[in-house]
Design a protein around this ligand. Sequence first.
Ligand code: CTP
Length: 395
Amino acid sequence: MKNPSLKNKRVLLGVSGGIAAYKSVELVRRLKDSGASVSVVMTEAARRFVTPLTFEAVSRSKVHSSLFDEPLVHIALPSEADLLIVAPATANTIGKFSNGIADDLLSACFLSCAGKTLIAPAMNWRMYENPAVRENLARLASRGVLQVGPEPGSLACGEEGPGRMAEVQEIIEAARAALADKDLRGERVVVTAGPTREYLDPVRFLSNRSSGKMGYALARAARDRGAGVTLISGPTALPRPSGMDFVAVEDSAGMLEAVQREVSQGATVLIMAAAVADYAPAERSAGKREKSRDLSLELKAAPDIISTVAKASRRPFIIGFAAETGGNTGRAAEKMKKKGMDMIVFNDVTEPGAGFDTDTNKVVILDGNRETHVGLMPKYDTAHAILDRLFEMKT
Ligand code: CTP
């Protein structure tokens, strides 16, 4: 499986002096939980926020801070690492990196690092918006340095704005993405996710239990493998993923329109993970429906997005989903043929840990040639298993 993993990877973590340094303690724990080994380099300023002992306890290895502790430590540490993560990366550290200054161990490690570097900036929003910082970040990006965050939100100084260090989970995902094989580079993947809302009137709608988690995981996994991604999402409670185009829609008609636009603009793969309504109210009242009205509701068939796209002359590779109750894959195989899909992901929603609103899934991938059984795992990993099969079929 091409699923990018941190297992057995060697991470060098640089911690510079911001209050977000305390979150990096958790980052070390999570990196270790993922199977990575972690060495930590702290700047002098970072040591004022968190003691080296804390990082030593969680990383189970000696923390380095000085260029002069051991000979050539600034060369040895990066050369042994698969990935250098700098979290938090303060404005000062970013400035040094951008300008090639190497006056402490961390900045010297950055300069001597030939591998991948991921920075997680954290600072007050005024500093983050300062043109000097912006230019430094842009220069680092143009040299291939990867960045995760910062996020908007409340800052340690009591103000609101962009400058919060990315959440630990985001940094872990960015680290996995940094090490991922970019086998989907050149593909333009459109993913639909979440439920649709079919309105009866301005305040009421028919919808379903889809959380959008599987679709969002697919979009993130495709992005991490180098694809250009557009995520078309019905209403969900999930944070908007970075590094992709995002289109918010509400009803099946809106979703169809957004999908068709992407297809006409050259999408190469369509992944329909959305739980699109099969039926919609026959009419949408402009005003609120009266209580006194007839209690039965007249429905019409919602537009079938997959069938519509499958009939187009320049059609993408189409992956659909089948949410079934029961283990028989026969119905899903028929659905794949009937709707003109190239692959269908069968999902028994009655299985524990699979289906609606869970963080895990257990699926069977059907594609005319083969049935691939994918055991219970986090949805991000299920997503990679689906993309692995897509990659095999497209090459
Ligand atoms: N789909 C679609 N347009 C719709 C409804 C569904 O493109 N109006 C897509 C879904 O995104 C999904 C697949 O079709 O990829 C599911 O097919 P569907 O026939 O709706 O199956 P289920 O909803 O699983 O169940 P049922 O067979 O009971 O309809």
